[in-house]
Design a protein around this ligand. Structure first.
Ligand code: AQP
Length: 330
C-alpha cells in the first residue's frame, strides 16, 4: 500500500489556486490510484508562522477540513486530521532542525518572498517552516506528496534532510517523491499575474475564494487583468493574465489549452471571460452546497477524531524509534 501525504495551511480562506494546485489533484489521484491511502491534514502550526487572529484561525481550520470533503475526497481512503492535534510533528520538526543548515533555509524562495513582503516581525518559525514541513511528511513515511510548483523546493529540502538522517543513523525514513500537476501548478493572482494567487494576499480582488458568491466570482473574472493584444492565445511571457485564465479554464474543464485557444482566438476577451466565469461558478457552486451540508452535520468532528487516532498511532511509533536511533533519553 502506497501513502500520499499533504496539507494546507489555514492562513486565510481557501482560493481557486489551492483548489486547482492541491485539493482537486488529491481527488483526481484518489480516483485513479488504487491501493493508496491519503493522509491529509490542516497545517495549523504552519499558519502561525505569521500572525493570525485566533477566531479567524479556528474558522479557517474547520473550513479547510470541510472543504477537503466537500471537494469530493473519499472518506474511506482518507485519514483527515489537524496537524496541531498530533504533537509528534513538532517534536520531529525539532529533531530534524539538528540536521538542517542555516544556509539551506536561507535559500528557500518562499521564505525570501515572504520576508521581503513583511520587512519587520519575521518570526524564526517562518524561517524553520520547511523543517516542520519535512517532519509532517516523513513522519508518515510518505511515498508521494502532491503539491503546487511553489512547494517543490520545500519537498527537495525534505528529501535532503531525510537522506541526511538515513546516512547518519541508518535507513529509517522513506524518501518522498513530489507529484506536481502539468498545468495548474501555479495559478496566478488575477490582478497581478506575475504573482502567485495566495489566500493571504492583501487584496481579495486577486483571488477567487472557494466560498465566493457566484456574482462575486463573475465580477472578479471579468475584471481580471489582461493585456492590449486583444487576442486569446497562450503566451505566458507576453500575456501572463490571459495565460493564467487559460490554465484555469483548461484544468477545470479537463481540456487542452490549444483546444480552448482555437475556440476563443477570434472571439475576444469578453466572451472568453464570460464563459470562464460560468465554468468556475459551475465548479464551485456544488462544492459550496456540499460544504454547507457538512458544516451543518456532526460528520466533520467524527471524521477528524478518527483521523487523529489513526495518525497518532503511526506518528508515536515512528517518533519513538527515531529518538532511540538518535540516542535520546535513558
Ligand atoms: N496559486 C496556486 N496555484 C497552484 N497551487 C497552489 N497552492 C497554493 N497556492 C497555489 C498549493 O496549495 C497547497 C496548500 O498550500 P498552503 O496553504 O499550505 O501554502 P501556500 O502554498 O503558501 O498557499 P497560499 O494560498 O499562498 O497561502 P499563504 O498566502 O498563506 O502563503 C500547496 O500544495 C500549494 O502548492
Amino acid at each position: 500500500m502506497k501513502r500520499i501525504v499533504s496539507g494546507i495551511k489555514p492562513s486565510g480562506t481557501l482560493t481557486l489556486g489551492n483548489y486547482i494546485g492541491a485539493i482537486r489533484q488529491f481527488v483526481q489521484l484518489q480516483q485513479t490510484l488504487s491501493d493508496t491511502e491519503f493522509f491529509l491534514f490542516v497545517a495549523d502550526m504552519h499558519a502561525i508562522t505569521v500572525e493570525q487572529d485566533p477566531a479567524q484561525l479556528k474558522k479557517h481550520i474547520r473550513e479547510i477540513a470541510a472543504m477537503y470533503l466537500a471537494a469530493g475526497l473519499d472518506q474511506d481512503k482518507t485519514v483527515l486530521f489537524i496537524q496541531s492535534e498530533i504533537q509528534e510533528h513538532v517534536e520531529l520538526g525539532y529533531l530534524l532542525q539538528s540536521l538542517t543548515y542555516m544556509g539551506e533555509l536561507e535559500r528557500m524562495t518562499q521564505y525570501k518572498d515572504k520576508a521581503k513582503k513583511q520587512e519587520t516581525g519575521i518570526t524564526s518559525a517562518l524561517f524553520t517552516y520547511p523543517v516542520l514541513m519535512a517532519a509532517d511528511i516523513i513522519l508518515y513515511d510518505a511515498d508521494y506528496v502532491p503539491v503546487g510548483e511553489d512547494q517543490k523546493q520545500h519537498l527537495e529540502i525534505t528529501r535532503d534532510i531525510a537522506t541526511r538522517f538515513n546516512n547518519r543513523y541508518g535507513s529509517f525514513f522513506k524518501i518522498p517523491e513530489p507529484i506536481i500537476p502539468k498545468i495548474g501548478a501555479r495559478i496566478m493572482d488575477l490582478q497581478n499575474p506575475e504573482q502567485k494567487m495566495s489566500k493571504s494576499s492583501s487584496s481579495d480582488k486577486g483571488y477567487i475564494a472557494l466560498l465566493d458568491d457566484p456574482k462575486v466570482i463573475t465580477k472578479k473574472i471579468k475584471s481580471a487583468v489582461t493585456d492590449s493584444y486583444g487576442k486569446v492565445q497562450y503566451d505566458p511571457i507576453n500575456q501572463p493574465g490571459v495565460a493564467n485564465l487559460l490554465q484555469i479554464y483548461a484544468t477545470l474543464t479537463n481540456q487542452e489549452i490549444d483546444t480552448i485557444v482555437d475556440q476563443y482566438q477570434t472571439l475576444g476577451y469578453k466572451n472568453f471571460k464570460e464563459d470562464l466565469a460560468v465554468v468556475v461558478v459551475d465548479t464551485l457552486v456544488p462544492i459550496q452546497k456540499k460544504y454547507q451540508e457538512i458544516l451543518a452535520s456532526n460528520l466533520l468532528d467524527h471524521i477528524l477524531d478518527q483521523g487523529r487516532t489513526r495518525a497518532q498511532e503511526i506518528a508515536v511509533k515512528k517518533l519513538t524509534k527515531c529518538k532511540r536511533l538518535i540516542g535520546l533519553g535513558r
